[in-house]
Design a binder for this molecule. Sequence first.
Ligand SMILES: [Mn+2]
Length: 394
Amino acid sequence: MTNEPNFQAPNSFSFEAQRALEREARLPLTGWQQEVSKGLEYGLEAADSIRDRSIPTFSRGELPHYAGINTFLKAPYLEDVRKVGEYDVAIVGIPHDSGTTYRPGTRFGPQGIRRISALYTPYNFELGVDLREQITLCDVGDVFTIPANNEKSFDQISKGVAHVFASGAFPILLGGDHSIGFPTVRGVCRHLGDKKVGIIHFDRHVDTQETDLDERMHTCPWFHATNMANAPAKNLVQLGIGGWQVPRQGVKVCRDRATNILTVTDITEMGIDAAAEFALERALDGTDCVWISFDIDCIDAGFVPGTGWPEPGGLLPREALALLGKIVQRAPICGLEVVEVSPPYDVSDMTALMATRVICDTMAHLVISGQLPRREKPAYIHAEANMAVDQAWS
Ligand SMILES: [Mn+2]
């Protein structure tokens, strides 16, 4: 059942708001009705004095936004991860901050993002998408990371990501510091066979040095990821790089491996459309899918205080979201990670809220572009795991 399928906007189509009113009229209400019925069954009918009879006694589902157990967007918690392939999208927390070199706290990122995600409805006005009506979403909880050991955590993360990726559910990972970028991409590469992945990396920092403080820290994921044949450095696109926190040894690696970098000035002067075009052209050159690694610090530090290495001069939120949307709509996206949200340094949950926005916008653009829901498993997913995608590193 849809809302008002015959609604016609009274005025010009040149206004986004008019289009939004029309789109909302065509969206179904079925998922919401199922949620209400289930709420009344599991949560009992409300006390007699409650006039709105869709309200149960015990909160079940979206409402009220201040109540409930916080999975991401209050999606069902999937305890049995063997069943993850039954969903279109799987949220996975990666509470790992042992790769941090300055401010720790991103081990609390998944919890922080989930908590503030309760503020969101599943519907976006301008995009005309209602996630509850259009896709199935689950939250599988967190990977069991090992805080005293990056390498053991990386092994756990790769195994977890490989499982979700191979199931056919679209993986969305809540970081965690950016050191997880290597093991997440490694998990994907294990199930690519001879196919290739381009990486589109939003960040103020290049994250391309081999080691930092003698280990593979959050400054290092792309050195190691692009050592894998499935993830060539020529398909690594780095958006928003700049400022006073870019280590020179990382810059040398970008030069040697010929990665693709746009600064904030590049993006704003060439325009969002041209920047998206550049990113797509480079990331898709000879590859089969695109991994998005979104470091929340690509956005100006004034908007995201709760992060490991805040750097002024970054993208405005609306620039970052527009660029992300244009990229997601035009590439076969195989997964998303949002990293470097550190709730202990956050103010009013604003950094975690930005991460929530990035994730929800990505899902909406995947729906608009017909990538979700998935009718079949994408052809680039190889069922057999190849555990030899990366060479031993010590
Ligand atoms: Mn960064």
